[in-house]
Design a protein around this ligand. Structure first.
Ligand SMILES: [Zn+2]
Length: 416
């Protein structure tokens, strides 16, 4: 394989640094890109992309390089590196940015959400916001960005750091327990803050900026440990291994397999997996807080903050009556079997923007197929919840809209 890699220096930098020095640096970068690209190329889907790198003057002491998803396509990936480069760090930086490059589809999807969110903020009155939602259609529904930004930073950086560690020379990782409690503290803090914020003027506030900055710093401490914990159960041989131990092991096949599944995990699934994550019976995410947060971005406060906790209890206790009562408390009426069939057919026909939706679809069809005299109440109420677009979390909310539906379907399909 001959990778197509093109490196140029920015005009300003050329004025300040001698040609000889620049050429030396650029040939080091080229060699490093080649080496790191060979390590990561199985992670790219389809034909291998070409790579374009621009060397710029360093503007921040912390930043050594970045991937530019907005300017990249699946054919050409664009990167920036900053001069002077710390030669000891160069391989790790390039490996990290290539991991982001392999994650292009997910990063593009995130940018789309962010752009719509920005547009949404241009609507200063509630009336304008409602008009915007109406005109933009379901696909363009916007969402308040802070909480999603927080989670997507942990997802995106977690994957890149995981790649940097598994394929590079970095070793060591903090324990899952430590990562879990740090993350739990951070998530709850951000959710609480988001819940407390009103609809307007959120994006420029100083508080939000602080969250964004702190998030990035915290993500670098342990985001990869969390991603690893979500995925290790699905890779044979890694189920009982800590990331720390895996890093000391020479098992390239498993490491690549893990990175591939990490890149498959889109933000909606990442959030779903986080909602399942527990440490000694303590859940990572406070679902009631999450529900209140969704209530806030839907333009009101949630009336049923205890819904997720009760849902967990009734399914844990195999309490079918409790389940139907709970769903009844948030749905006005139970749909008739004919209506359910009709709406489920429509739901099956809609396109699937993420894998969470196809998983919800699979569970829904299972519940529907297993409907019988013993469980028809559970089945009908659960499907009513799913097929009602304005349930507790509106289905069209990016990344979050189906989390509640997934939990309801999962509970309904688990009853004996
Ligand atoms: Zn990064």
């Amino acid at each position: 394989m001959k990778p197509n890699i093109h490196i140029t220096a920015d005009a300003e930098l050329k004025k300040q640094v001698s040609i000889g020095e620049l050429e030396k640096t650029m040939s080091l970068i080229l060699a490093s890109f080649k080496e790191q690209f060979i390590k990561t190329n199985v992670l790219f889907e389809g034909d291998l992309p070409s790579i374009e790198v621009v060397l710029n003057k360093k503007t921040s002491a912390l930043r050594q390089g970045c991937f530019l998803p907005r300017l990249s396509s699946h054919k050409i990936l664009k990167f920036q590196l900053f001069y002077p480069i710390d030669k000891n760090e160069m391989d790790a930086v390039i490996l990290h940015e290539l991991m982001h490059g392999a994650d292009l589809s997910n990063l593009k999807e995130k940018l789309g959400t962010f752009d719509r969110s920005k547009e949404f903020y241009l609507c200063s009155t509630l009336e304008d916001q409602l008009k915007y939602i109406e005109n933009s259609g379901i696909q363009n529904f916007s969402i308040q960005w802070v909480f999603l930004h927080f989670l997507s930073t942990f997802r995106d950086e977690g994957i890149a750091i995981l790649g940097e560690k598994l394929l590079g020379k970095k070793t060591g990782a903090i324990s899952f327990e430590k990562a879990f409690f740090n993350f739990q503290k951070d998530i709850n803090q951000v959710t609480q803050l988001c819940c407390g914020m009103k609809f307007h003027n959120r994006i420029n506030s100083k508080q939000v900026r602080t969250i964004f900055e702190d998030t990035a710093i915290n993500a670098y401490q342990y985001a990869e440990v969390i991603i690893y914990e979500l995925l290790k159960g699905s890779i044979a041989g890694l189920e009982k291994m800590s990331l720390h131990d895996l890093l000391a092991n020479n098992v390239l096949k498993e490491k690549l397999q893990l990175l591939k599944s990490a890149l498959q995990l889109d933000l909606a699934e990442y959030i779903r997996e986080l909602m399942k994550l527990k440490h000694k019976n303590t859940p990572l995410i406070n679902s009631e807080l999450l529900l209140s947060y969704c209530g806030v971005i839907q333009g009101g406060s949630s009336e049923h903050p205890a819904f997720f906790r009760q849902l967990y209890l009734v399914s844990h206790n195999n309490d079918k009556t409790g389940f139907t009562e709970l769903i009844r408390s948030v749905c006005d009426r139970k749909m008739q079997p004919g209506e359910i069939k009709e709406k489920l057919d429509l739901f099956n026909q809609t396109s699937f923007s993420n894998d969470l939706k196809s998983e919800v679809r699979k569970l829904a069809n299972e519940v529907f197929a297993k409907r019988n005299n013993n469980n028809k109440e559970v089945s009908d109420w659960a499907l009513t919840y799913l097929l009602n677009k304005e349930d507790l979390i509106y289905d069209q909310l990016d990344y979050l809209g189906l989390q509640d539906d997934w939990m309801v379907m999962e509970a309904a399909s688990s009853f004996e």
